[in-house]
Design a protein around this ligand. Structure first.
Ligand SMILES: [Zn+2]
Length: 203
């Protein structure tokens, strides 16, 4: 039995925080407060609540800025991406979001042949033979197709992690973790959002 890793705990926290934020917005008092100026008298709740939301979004958004600065062969504006991606795909692929654990289409997907490509630009990223069962709640790969995935340092959460993006379009895939002790050839775990991928049966 493997204890949940730190990234897994963080992702769980992320999910809980998202739910908390959404409950916050649905609360009638908060809606009322958000609708008025937080600087007026009687806005005490607003003064306390308002900083929470930007703080959460800055904490949980990924390194979108560094991605925009990098150069990728496929370049589209946010509006162009919105035209070809659904809302959740856009949130994950273009704003560095994370899907909830154990919900993705490819979490428990274990084909023996085939290729996982980028859901945004279709570039081949991982082979079925790279995939392994990590139990972390997201598809896990010990390696990628050479050059298909680019790594960036991600300093959200006050810690340093390695973000992985599609080398062709810069779409956010997930993070890579090393030295966790999985019995794979690389001891690396590419922890990828299912929604960032599409599977093709041919190699
Ligand atoms: Zn891509």
């Amino acid at each position: 039995m493997r204890l949940p890793s730190v990234p897994t705990l963080i992702r769980t926290f992320y999910t809980i925080s998202n739910a908390t934020t959404s409950r916050l917005f649905n609360h009638p008092t908060v809606q009322q407060t958000l609708g008025s100026s937080p600087f007026t008298r009687g806005g005490a709740i607003g003064l306390k609540s308002m900083p929470t939301v930007p703080f959460l979004s800055s904490l949980f958004s990924s390194s979108a800025q560094s991605k925009q600065m990098a150069d990728y062969p496929v370049k589209k504006s946010d509006d162009e991406w919105r035209a070809v991606l659904n809302k959740e795909q856009f949130r994950v692929l273009r704003t560095g979001g994370t899907e909830s654990p154990f919900t993705g289409a490819y979490d428990k997907h274990s084909p023996t042949t085939g290729t996982y490509g980028c859901a945004a630009c279709a570039a081949p990223l991982y082979r079925a033979t790279h995939k392994f069962k990590s139990g972390c709640g997201w598809p896990a790969y010990f390696d990628s197709i050479p050059g298909a995935v680019t790594r960036h340092t991600d300093r959200t959460f006050g810690m340093e992690r390695t973000e992985i993006v599609c080398s062709n379009c810069g779409g956010h895939l997930g993070h890579v973790f090393k030295g966790e002790g999985y019995p794979t050839p690389t001891d690396e775990r590419h922890c990828v959002n299912s929604i960032s991928l599409t599977f093709r049966e041919e190699e």
